[in-house]
Design a protein around this ligand. Structure first.
Ligand SMILES: CC(C)(COP(=O)(O)OP(=O)(O)OC[C@H]1O[C@@H](n2cnc3c(N)ncnc32)[C@H](O)[C@@H]1OP(=O)(O)O)[C@@H](O)C(=O)NCCC(=O)NCCS
Length: 207
């Protein structure tokens, strides 16, 4: 398995990446913002994405987005092809994209919003902490990206203060202590929080 910074030689994979993201969104039934091939291609051309390949087969992908004039960056669109899941590939991709983001944007805060336990675990291992949305970027174009998520009405109803996603932040100005580095996501607590949010925010017909 090869995990590399994507470039224009990887443009041929843009359609499969978008299709895999779309299929995953349907299976999960939760919001993953939809991506267009042109957007994925621009990330590859600008050296702002990581791709995993097994031979010439697409195995996984993730890209960097910068917000608020580079004060914040997000590692978005993480996807592992179903044939390569549960083998630690997402963890490796997240590490490579995180380190790449840190070297390209050393002063930026790195953030993530997610409903997925897997992503929460990986973020935690990299030193992200759960935060309220008010600590994330106020760049409206980031939040506008949630419009294609099926839970967008929740974000609107709460005036962007909260949603089903949990916000997580890595702040480079706050050094990781041994205590925070070992922080693990507790699956029971996380599942309970998710259930509480769903009962608060989702209309009954969406259940
Ligand atoms: C989520 C996804 C990226 C995980 O990829 P993967 O290569 O199978 O993940 P890994 O094998 O590297 O596992 C990383 C960690 O997440 C956990 N994990 C993986 N899939 C999980 C799942 N469905 N539910 C809960 N935890 C999961 C693993 O146990 C591992 O945790 P550990 O370090 O405690 O062992 C992949 O399932 C996927 O592409 N899903 C669809 C798209 C998606 O949900 N993207 C995230 C958008 S927010």
């Amino acid at each position: 398995m090869k995990i590399v910074i994507a470039d224009k030689s990887h443009i041929v994979y843009a359609d499969s990446i978008c299709k895999t993201i779309e299929d995953a969104a349907q299976v999960r039934g939760t919001g993953i913002a939809k991506r267009q091939p042109d957007y994925i291609i621009s990330k590859m051309k600008n050296g702002n994405a990581v791709i995993a390949l097994e031979g010439d087969q697409f195995a996984g992908f993730c890209y960097i987005e910068a917000w608020g004039h580079g004060k914040f960056v997000a590692n978005s669109g993480l996807i592992v092809h179903p044939n390569f899941r549960k083998q630690g590939l997402a963890k490796k991709i997240k590490k490579v994209i995180f380190e790449h983001s840190r070297s390209k944007f050393p002063n930026a805060k790195v953030f993530s919003i997610t409903t997925g336990l897997a992503v929460m675990k990986m973020n935690s291992a990299l030193g992200y902490k759960p935060v309220t949305f008010s600590e994330l970027t106020d760049d409206q174009s980031f939040w506008d990206g949630c419009q294609t998520c099926k839970n967008y009405d929740v974000l609107q109803r709460t005036e962007q203060k909260m949603c089903l996603c949990t916000g997580m932040l890595y702040d480079p100005s706050q050094k990781m202590t041994a205590e925070t580095a070992n922080q693990k996501i507790d699956k029971k607590v996380w599942t309970r929080l998710k259930n509480i949010k769903q009962s608060m925010f989702l209309k009954k017909e969406n259940w």
